[in-house]
Design a binder for this molecule. Structure first.
Ligand code: BDR
Ligand code: CA
Length: 314
């Protein structure tokens, strides 16, 4: 795949942090135009700091960070400190960033970056609630036609993780997700069905640490903390490493397999935030997303470890 220009919209979060680092470790495949942050795992006041902490850890303060929406479109914000800790980056003690946020709102930055480039050349990698992305689509009516694709972590064919029916990113802002899934932009969805196959086992964690250096130490601390809650909850040998799946696919799509399906977002009742994936196309509706379901987890971790090793020399 040719080198892709991406905007990474995120809510760091430990797994968001690893997604940022993986993107930085793939300069041949990924041109990281900007990071836009949203409220999600922790409030915006922390996600906008955390993104810059991670960039400075990797010596990449040149990547612009724009702050976006501090709450979902309709519902009150729900956060996930029970998973990520009170800072969102518990497990690593990182210095306060010295680089300022860029001026302007993330929604305007997304519009400007996409509309100023040739049509269908910019990808949005979205690994938090979809509030910023949906608002950009609403604000600029031509944005949908100009985007190459939106590759997102969110939803599930089967079980949820924040309610029995819903995955966290979609649940936090289902109305934004509904806008995105109806936008007509080519979508690639990495839901829990696939991310729960990508587990941070003790052996994989040790390999990441063996890269050596300050990035490896921070990655180890972050993921060691991140493992605690999910290993107990799922009785699994490691936590699912959700968000880096999006970046790994942009680097090497052969790691994953899925198929094109119609996907709707439930907006009411007990299953609000559920992604209703019509895997067998029972309704005979047109597909609006490529839904990933399989991954080669060993190759994923080999890629991750190799790419993060490139950041160690700093
Ligand atoms: C998603 O929610 C957040 O906790 C993670 O960062 C990931 O984006 C998983 O449901
Ligand atoms: Ca996230």
């Amino acid at each position: 795949m040719a080198r892709q220009a991406i905007i990474l919209d995120c809510d760091p979060g430990q797994d968001d942090a690893i997604a940022i680092l993986l993107a930085l470790g793939a300069p041949e495949e990924i041109e990281l135009l900007a990071i836009t942050v949203v409220a999600g795992n922790v409030p915006l006041g922390l996600t906008r700091v955390n993104a810059r902490k991670i960039l400075e850890l990797a010596g990449r303060a040149d990547v612009p960070v724009y702050a976006g929406c501090e709450r979902p479109l309709v519902r009150p914000l729900e956060t996930a400190e029970h998973v990520h800790g009170e800072t969102g980056l518990n497990g690593a003690v990182l210095p306060e960033p010295t680089t300022p946020l860029r001026d302007g709102h993330a929604v305007d930055a997304i519009i400007e970056l996409v509309m100023s480039r040739p049509p269908r050349t910019v990808t949005i990698a979205a690994v938090g609630p979809l509030t910023n992305v949906a608002l950009a689509i609403r604000k600029e009516p031509h944005l949908s036609q100009r985007l190459r694709q939106i590759v997102l972590m969110g939803g599930a064919i089967e079980l949820g993780n924040i309610t029995p029916a819903a995955e966290f990113n979609i649940y936090v802002d289902p109305h934004a997700a509904d806008i995105v899934f109806r936008s007509g932009v080519p979508l690639v969805m990495f839901g829990l069905d696939v991310t729960h196959q990508v587990l941070v086992t003790g052996e994989r964690l040790a390999q990441l640490r063996a890269n050596g250096g300050r990035v490896a130490e921070a990655v180890h601390g972050l993921l060691d903390f991140f493992n605690r809650f999910d290993m107990e909850r799922y009785d699994a040998p490691g936590a699912p490493l959700h968000d880096p799946c999006v970046i790994a696919w942009l680097i090497d799509p052969t790691l994953f397999a899925g198929k094109d399906c119609p996907v709707e977002i439930e907006l009411e009742g007990r299953s609000i935030g559920r992604t209703l994936v019509d895997w067998w196309n029972t309704d005979r509706h047109p597909a609006n997303a490529t839904v990933m379901r399989e991954v080669d987890a060993d190759r994923f971790f080999t890629l991750l470890t190799e790419r993060l090793a490139r950041l160690q020399a700093l």
